[in-house]
Design a binder for this molecule. Sequence first.
Ligand SMILES: [Fe+2]
Length: 365
Amino acid sequence: MAPSVAEVTTAATDEISRGISKLQLKAEPKEKSSEEVPPSYPFYYPHFDVTEKYPPTEIFEFTDPGTRADPKKPNLLSEGTTLKHLSPYIGSEVSGVQISKLNKEGLDELALLAAERKIVVFPNQDFKDLSPERQIEIARHFGPIQIHPTSGNAKGYPEFHVVYRDAGHNRFEEYLGANRANRTSWHSDVSYEKQPPGTTFFWILDQPETGGDTIFSSQVEAYNRLSPTFQKRLEGLRAVHSAVPQAEASRRRGGPVRREPVETEHPLVRVHPVTGEKALYINQGFTKYIVGFKDEESEYLLKFLFDHISKGADFHVRASYQPGTLVVWDNRVTVHTATNDFEKVVRRHAVRLTPQAEVPIPATS
Ligand SMILES: [Fe+2]
């Protein structure tokens, strides 16, 4: 027999009140404010010294370690190691291996895997507890480490790029303003360098219980989705990537500018030296205009490409962080954005080591 109106109403009311109490239960446990809890790794508290200066970077020879790797990756993916793809086009998780224990061949294989999968998540790593010298030594296997011109570093160790937010620090709002409808900011790291970074290391020290993830987009798949005619039009174009806005923002807040800002032309479509894949090489953070185009033409084309890259959720992947998570990505073939979605008082503390790679190789049809 069908239930009466009264029964339905009572059931619905019960359901609603259960929902409300569930919501209250969910909302109740607030995360501790960063004002109450000190950083777990104070050594990496962001350090700024406005007197720290470096000369302009110089071109260096570069051979990608991935070119030496055994494609089967027997050192990285040995017995007891699990490789799981997080999405078809981009992102894998590797568990059961410690990066700190890999031999040189294993590190070469890591470069190859990062190039193939674009970003690889390694849970439960002891990497964060290694000495800073050892952390730098491992990352140097992949190229000379970029010293960031403006960000916080670790005192005495300019190689570390510190990412830090807590109740008193919100660099996102400082840089992009507090009036944004969404809080994403797509970029590839320091693409203004003459030899921008390749295999990049990023590990978490303190993280919110939920949120503070990083979303990555495959620049290879973004390129592959375009029509052959359009791909052909893009190949051969060059775009200017600028360090100037970042340096000016640092100067405005009294921060360091360790190297004078550069503006560099890069091919709009580049080829990866190991996989041979073509990738779009522009990003909203640093790419300013297309060389040889009128202003409106450049703005129009860049806007289309930035939208295409950021809207392509079917070639994105999301990396989230637990204590011990380390993420390795290939900065040549990805763009990424932090998700600034967690409570303002909660601390998120992470460190990046950013080995530089080759002068971008232009795609030719
Ligand atoms: Fe970044």
